[in-house]
Design a protein around this ligand. Structure first.
Ligand code: NAD
Ligand SMILES: O=C(O)C(=O)C[C@@H](O)[C@H](O)[C@H](O)COP(=O)(O)O
Ligand code: ZN
Length: 377
């Protein structure tokens, strides 16, 4: 199926302020049609290597190619299979080879058309080939529009854990055409919503309360959707501008991810069992209840978080994941490989309540183990 997207309106613009690496996130319906002219204006004379997955190749690729053609931007396209297991070394190697074989130069652009999987993988290719090509994000999933296309984290998974190999490489432009979300599956839309809720839970209790009242409009494609995407991008842009390389506050964006990433690795990145946003939803509920167990957070707040995630249809418990999970000791071994671990000490994003998250850099292994055992029984 080839999707037809014709509407256009003035984009909402969020600036990611990073000195000479600053860039704009453009948000609005119909922006894909402007991709060619915008790329030409930003990088005159550059060619483009579009990296996309097989689902996007059937829906929105043709529109992107047409836009580049109209603007006279020369392009080649490389397709990868859809799904988390594509974020692996062999795909990265193949794509680097493809881009080099096409003789693209450092000043040319890698254009990621897809969700977070394509964005993370293509971004790592852009960061690596000729030691850093231009990179443009055209995020097509809710998750990619509110989170993964912004901030410059790129990379792939390893059998040792999630996103363990990668680089920081900022895009030059993010073009978030919210009309593209109309073809996203309900399950993937819900998964992306977990990262939207994350911004409320990190430090914006008013936004979380707004989501509790207005989530239906986000799912049905009302004006609430653009508001949620723009609010999320503004929150992410602010945190990334404060701490681009995650030496401090940026770790807050990992709320729910220490548990979530371990669960994704535990199911061997099998998207039929668990996709990233679902892992984050379970992880955020766990982070709140772990905080309750440590006497940091009121029980009522944890129940509110659980109730909201469940209301939109997200999983909140490890028992919601189909199939068997490894024992808690194994989960803890995976957690011990997390990138936030410092001098062997586990780091978690904990919370004092909704919108009051903080980074705790010395969490005892025993307390995590005891909590996980209680959760699993
Ligand atoms: N770099 C970051 O800062 C960051 C942030 C959050 C998540 N991530 C990463 O992002 C990945 C998850 O991203 P995701 O949830 O977008 O998953 P995804 O890229 O696998 O996309 C989800 C599914 O939806 C399909 N799809 C995407 N857009 C579509 C559209 N418009 N119409 C129809 N189908 C569409 C894809 O083909 C795929 O099957 C994970 O690997 C996660 O680690 C990275
Ligand atoms: O941008 C960030 O920083 C985030 O942590 C955003 C997360 O939603 C995202 O899943 C990210 O890829 C996780 O980063 P990692 O460093 O834990 O791999
Ligand atoms: Zn995430």
């Amino acid at each position: 199926m080839t999707a037809q997207v014709t509407e256009t309106e003035a984009p909402d613009t969020v600036r990611v302020d990073l000195g000479e690496r600053s860039y704009d996130i453009l948000i609005g319906r119909g922006l894909l049609a402007e991709a060619g002219e915008r790329l030409k204006a930003l990088l005159p004379g550059s060619r483009a290597a579009i990296i996309t997955d097989e689902n996007l190749a059937k829906t929105h690729l043709e529109a992107l190619q047409a836009s580049l053609d109209e603007a006279g931007v020369k392009h080649v396209t490389f397709k990868v299979p859809a799904g988390e297991s594509t974020k692996r070394f062999s795909m990265f190697e193949r794509l680097c080879d493809d881009v080099l074989a096409a003789k693209l130069e450092r000043g040319d652009a890698v254009v990621a058309l897809g969700g977070g999987v394509v964005g993370d993988l293509a971004g790592f290719v852009a960061a690596s080939v000729r030691r850093g090509m231009n990179f443009i994000q055209v995020p097509t999933s809710l998750l990619a529009q509110v989170d993964s296309s912004v901030g410059g984290k790129t990379g792939i998974n390893s059998r040792h854990g999630k996103n363990l190999i990668g680089a920081f490489h900022q895009p030059r432009l993010v073009l978030a055409d919210t009309a593209l979300l109309d073809t996203l599956s309900p399950r993937e839309f819900r998964a992306g919503y977990a990262e939207v809720a994350k911004y409320g839970l990190i430090d914006d209790a008013d936004f979380f309360a707004w989501l509790e009242e207005n989530h239906e409009g986000i799912f049905s494609g009302g004006a609430e959707r653009e508001h949620a995407v723009a609010t999320s991008c503004r929150a992410k842009a602010r945190i990334v501008a404060e701490d681009e390389f995650e030496t401090g506050a940026r770790a807050l964006l990992n709320l729910g991810h220490t548990f979530g990433h371990a669960l994704e690795a535990a199911v061997d990145y099998n998207g039929e069992r668990l996709v990233h946003g679902e892992g984050v939803a379970i992880g955020m509920r766990l982070a709140h209840d772990f905080s309750v167990s440590l006497g940091l957070c009121a029980e009522d707040d944890a129940r509110r978080v659980e109730a909201h995630l469940q209301k939109v249809g997200l999983p909140t418990h490890m028992s919601d994941i189909p199939g068997q999970l490894p024992p808690t000791e194994t989960l803890l071994d995976i957690i011990a490989q997390d990138k936030k671990v410092t001098k062997g000490a586990l780091t978690f994003i904990l919370t004092r309540g909704i919108g009051r998250s903080f980074v705790e850099r010395n969490v005892e292994r025993e307390s995590v183990l005891a909590f996980l055992e209680k959760e699993m029984n």
